[in-house]
Design a binder for this molecule. Structure first.
Ligand code: RFL
Ligand code: PHB
Length: 449
């Protein structure tokens, strides 16, 4: 027997994108259902991202999700870049006119979102199977799934959001030939650990070492997170805890500094990939987050992009479903892809500058070092890194209007000549982003000094 029901937006995936979308829609009085093929416990424990851009933090605060993040998150005003055995500090607040980042784990954001949605009476179906989306050529797309008890459901929707991650079903449900994919695989992976030991650093250390990249990040004042570059097809069994600590110490070593060791509670290897699928929409099926794009984690952009997508999408769906205006929905894909490609370039750039490419030669290695020396010695180069790392374009949430907005430029008028509203140099994508803003006033971030 199939149970048929009706909602406004069917959301596939209870990751950060799907959960935040359901919350933002609820704030606008729009009903949704979220279906997720994993258990609640699995979603809340899946170790992934940890770093939030300033705009993401501001967004979460404004929509009522900031309490625990503000109490437990760790605000960082910069990072360390290490190479040739020396560690250099980049001060983001100084470089960007006050912007920063926050360490608050994706697991915690997911817990906050699930708790908030369930407390508000939302429907989140965990442990579903055989998820399908259909009737995509109509204005009533259908979401089908089998619930945890084995009952088949058919939910008639006004729109469906594919927030089902890179391995989800929504992207492949688009008509054949519609989606164009641009991608790059990197010839290395990351081995990530979670360790019960206070961080040995106050801010993140990104380290290029001739034996491979290493990153020291953290989760809380008691828990460290560290990553090592390993070969693309590496077997985790080859890495005992002792070997991991020895390699981290070797790569991160600088005179007078010591890496504290502790119990490793988790270790896993993740491949590195850049992937962009476009367009992110077919009629009333919209893709968001990792379902549409993947970046290598070196720039810490994946989660931030996912949350930015659904911020724009919530507004577009609200306009479509409440006011019958299709303009923002039509602009959604191009507006999001503008931000996605900026982050894709930044993540590729950080990755290429900091990892040892097994296919590269001395020429490639010298170029990396020349770039790193430039970043730590030129204010312009350091600013480029800092403004991308803290979020470009900054996502802002206009509290007065209760609307999320994507700001298409980081500088105030006059800071970047030839890029003002209406200038002939403005590209098609930016025009679409501008369309997504509608006629509302845009909050401008601090100009770069
Ligand atoms: P998710 O989190 O993958 O969620 C998708 C959800 O959809 C479910 N699903 C289905 N549900 C029902 N039916 C189906 N057929 C389904 N198929 C899939 C899945 O079970 C899942 O629950 O995607 P979303 O929401 O788009 O969020 C994206 C982020 O998770 C991801 O971009 C980040 O974790 C990337 N990332 C980082 N991003 C940052 O912004 N800052 C960081 O510091 C950062 N560090 C990282 C990272 C990713 C990493 N890995 C493991 C790839 C560090 C690492 C190591
Ligand atoms: C993390 O805290 O897991 C993290 C931080 C920064 C990155 C990647 C991962 O670039």
């Amino acid at each position: 027997m199939t149970v048929t029901s009706r909602t406004q937006v069917g959301i596939v995936g209870a990751g950060p994108a799907g959960l935040l979308l359901s919350h933002l829609l609820a704030l606008r009085g729009i009903d949704s259902i979220v279906v997720e093929n994993r258990s609640r416990a699995y979603c809340e424990a899946r170790q992934r991202a940890g770093l939030l851009e300033a705009g993401t933090v501001e967004l979460l605060r404004t929509v009522g999700l900031g309490d625990r993040m503000d109490a437990e998150g760790l605000e960082h005003g910069g990072i360390y870049l290490q190479f040739e055995g020396e560690r250099h500090h980049l001060d983001f607040r100084d470089l960007t006119g006050g912007r920063w980042v926050t360490i608050y784990a994706q697991t915690e954001i997911v817990k906050d979102l699930i708790g908030t949605r369930l407390a508000a009476g939302a429907t989140i179906e965990f442990e579903v199977s055989d998820t399908e989306v259909g009737e995509l050529d109509t204005e009533r797309p259908v979401l089908r799934f089998t619930d945890a008890e084995g009952t088949r459901h058919e939910v008639v929707c006004d729109a469906i959001a594919g927030c089902d991650g890179f391995h989800g079903i929504c992207r492949d449900s688009m008509p054949p030939g519609l989606i164009h994919v641009a991608e790059r695989e990197y010839p290395y992976s990351w081995l990530g650990i979670l360790a019960s030991v206070p961080p040995s650093t106050d801010e993140l250390i990104y380290c290029r070492h001739e034996d491979g990249f290493a990153l020291h990040t953290m989760r809380t004042p008691q828990v460290s997170r560290l990553y090592l570059q390993v070969p693309a097809d590496e077997d985790i069994e080859a890495w005992s805890d002792d070997r991991i600590w020895a390699e981290l110490k070797h790569r991160l070593e600088v005179p007078g500094w010591e890496l504290k060791e502790g119990h490793i509670s988790e270790k896993a290897i993740s491949p590195m990939r850049s992937f962009v699928a476009s367009p992110m929409r077919y009629r009333r099926l919209f893709l968001a987050g990792d379902a549409a794009h993947i970046v290598p984690p070196t720039g810490a952009k994946g989660l931030n992009l996912a949350l930015a997508d659904v911020t724009v999408l919530a507004k577009a769906l609200s306009s479509l479903l409440k006011d019958g205006h299709a303009g923002l929905a039509d602009a959604y894909s191009d507006a999001s892809l503008t931000r996605v490609w900026r982050a894709t370039h930044f993540s590729w750039w950080m990755t290429s500058m900091l990892h040892v490419d097994p296919q590269s030669d001395q020429f490639g290695a010298e170029l990396q070092l020349a770039q790193l020396r430039y970043v730590i010695s030129s204010r312009a180069a350091a600013t480029m890194l800092a403004e991308n790392y803290t979020g470009y374009f900054p996502l802002t949430w206009n509290t007065e209007l209760s609307e999320a907005q994507v700001v298409p430029r980081a500088q105030g008028p006059g800071q970047q000549r030839g890029q003002r509203r209406g200038d002939p140099g403005l590209g098609q994508r930016e025009r679409c982003a501008e369309a997504a803003l509608g006629a509302e006033q845009v909050q401008r971030p601090q100009p770069v000094p």
